[in-house]
Write a protein that binds this ligand. Structure first.
Ligand code: B12
Ligand code: SF4
Length: 494
């Protein structure tokens, strides 16, 4: 049996690794035909040595498949994969995941990536392995693949349909040391993540998910998802589950049925959803979600300006008023809303930022427990007014992987870049200062280490600044935050 090595480059520097669901998903398709092994860089003291040894032991020309997110994971991947290819030039190196899906040409222009799988890769990867090991089919006949043609130029085939997760084989959790991924969060002492649906039916033009699925959404059934949760609970004593789905709450009946099914387990759970969708849920469904342990929902509020929401193609029936309505409603249900905002949008990032900062204050007034997550607008290669405006302002994506892993572009990938043509460095600082004052006045509810005493101290220390809207140079708060190991809200969810 041909051996395939699946590699997850280190993705969490904080030593709280997330189970590599991407590789468990593509691996599940190989169970009957290929011998495969998942190696997680998050768990390896020296990933290069481990991979080198595994590849050397392969015998036949090895195939190494790597999952790559933009940001620090890409930074880990580039030097490591280049070195592996140097040591084993006969190997085939395949990349998949969010970064290669969007920037497949930059990956293929490197001297070590041979094939890119674009989008959700279960079926395509299996076809590519068959092509590489048996010669049938040929790469050019497989949808969802990119490779270099005979002239060495990167080319891609047409987009592949997303696989239906309800019909895919279940992940084989015995392929990874699950226990090492179980961790404490504000929801429970033993938390694990899962992903129960693919895609999202919307087209927000700042969002990488659109390139991945082009407006499609396919879920596992409520029964299948409840089965996984029940397995987590029975086998590993899991008492809290994070759903990483881009849009867990897309289908009302699925959510209601899932909530009913997991009710007896007494676990807590978290997921990501749309404000306009969830506002339409019935009272019964909210009751079921709350009673089944839903503790928090991550929601894209995006902006306090209706103009910006329109420019983002936010779609549906989104408005700042709906965000306030949601904040109010979730307060009544005692479920924490985690609102995410995209700040500093072109063409007038200053005004945009001020409007959103004022709006966030309103949200907090309505529901002080709301978590607030702020990002800077970072374009994705997707047509839309924002990206067109960004390009007109002089924005261009890097062409090489080396550029992508430069400090400037790593910041960009983490949505913290201040070097975008339309962003002044002072703007980013203003957002960070605002965030610091806000998070001192309303300390995040998800920080399980923060005692009530410290919460009171932070609140008193920031009250004058917050009320006077004086956010600049919050040095005293920075000092306090240093003493209590400040946790940004964004690290609490996934
Ligand atoms: C869990 C998660 C994390 C985890 C780590 C996950 C891991 N791999 O170890 C943590 C919390 C550490 C994390 C961090 C970050 N993340 Co993250 N993360 C996610 C999240 C919520 C779920 C990923 C997941 O497990 N999905 C489940 C699996 C089954 O799906 P999948 O990963 O998409 O895999 C499928 C395909 O992509 C493809 N595929 C993937 N890999 C491979 C490999 C091969 C060989 C093949 C063939 C196919 C293939 O096939 C898979 C099966 O269909 C996604 C959003 C989402 N819903 O997907 C964001 C997401 C990937 N993250 C994102 C970002 C921005 C980040 C950060 C940069 C955030 C930040 N500000 O710092 C950091 C960077 C971390 C790093 N060190 O690089 C963005 C990427 C945006 C973009 N422009 O591409 C996403 C899309 C969130 C979003 N909506 O914006 N993340
Ligand atoms: S609703 Fe959320 S996941 Fe869907 S396209 Fe918009 S931002 Fe992306």
């Amino acid at each position: 049996m041909k051996k395939i090595i699946l590699y997850n480059p280190q993705s969490s520097s904080n030593k709280k690794p997330i189970m590599p669901l991407s590789l468990l998903a593509v691996g599940a398709m190989l169970e009957d035909t290929y011998d495969y092994e998942i190696i997680d860089g998050n768990l390896e003291a020296d990933a290069l040595t481990r991979l080198d040894a595994e590849i050397s032991a392969c015998g036949t020309p090895p195939i190494v498949a790597v999952t790559v997110m933009p940001g620090p994971q890409l930074q880990q991947s580039v030097p490591l994969c280049r070195e592996l290819k140097r040591r084993h030039p006969q190997m085939t190196m395949i990349w998949g995941g969010y970064f290669p899906t969007q920037h497949w040409d930059s990956c293929l222009r490197s001297d070590f990536v041979d094939v890119v799988i674009r989008g959700h890769g279960e079926v395509v990867f299996r076809q590519v392995l068959d092509a590489l090991t048996t010669g049938q089919p040929q790469l050019k006949d497989i949808a969802g693949v990119a490779y270099c043609d005979e002239n060495g130029e990167p080319v891609t085939t047409m987009e592949a349909p997303i696989p239906n997760p309800a019909k895919l084989p279940l992940m084989n959790f015995d392929r990874v040391p699950v226990e090492r991924y179980v961790r404490p969060t504000f929801m429970g002492s033993r938390t694990l993540g899962y992903h129960s649906s693919y895609g999202c039916p919307f087209f927000c033009n700042f969002c990488a998910v659109v390139n991945m699925v082009n407006g499609r959404w396919l879920p596992q059934t409520a029964e299948q998802v409840a089965h996984v949760v029940e397995t987590y609970n029975r086998r590993w004593g899991v008492n809290a589950v994070e759903f990483f789905d881009n849009n867990f709450f897309t289908h009302h009946n699925r959510v209601a049925e899932f909530s009913e099914r997991i009710m007896p387990l007494g676990i807590s759970w978290w997921g990501e959803g749309r404000i306009d969708t969830m506002l339409k849920f019935s009272t019964r469904t909210w009751q079921l979600m709350r009673d089944s342990g839903l503790r928090m929902v991550f929601l894209g509020a995006e902006s306090g300006s209706m103009e910006t929401l329109k420019r983002m193609d936010k779609g549906g029936k989104m408005s700042p008023e709906k965000t306030l309505e949601m904040a109010r409603m979730m307060k009544e249900w005692d479920i924490v809303p985690e609102f995410s905002f995209v700040m500093g949008n072109p063409p007038d990032p200053e005004t945009d930022m001020h409007e959103t900062m004022e709006f966030i204050r309103q949200v907090k007034q309505v529901n002080p427990a709301s978590e607030i997550i702020m990002y800077l607008y970072s374009p994705v290669p997707l047509s839309g007014e924002l990206y067109e405006q960004a390009k007109a302002d002089g924005f261009a994506f890097p062409e090489t992987l080396e550029e992508w892993i430069s400090p400037e572009w790593l910041n960009f990938s983490q949505r913290r870049s201040h070097t975008m043509p339309w962003i002044k460095q002072t703007l980013q600082q203003q957002i960070l200062d605002f965030e610091r004052v806000l998070n001192a006045y309303y300390p995040t509810t998800t920080d399980i280490k923060l005692t009530q005493n410290w919460r009171n101290i932070l609140r008193v220390a920031s009250a004058a600044r917050y009320h006077m809207r004086f956010y600049r140079f919050p040095i005293e708060l920075r000092a306090l935050h240093r003493m209590v190991a400040y946790q940004r809200p964004e690290t609490s969810g996934f």
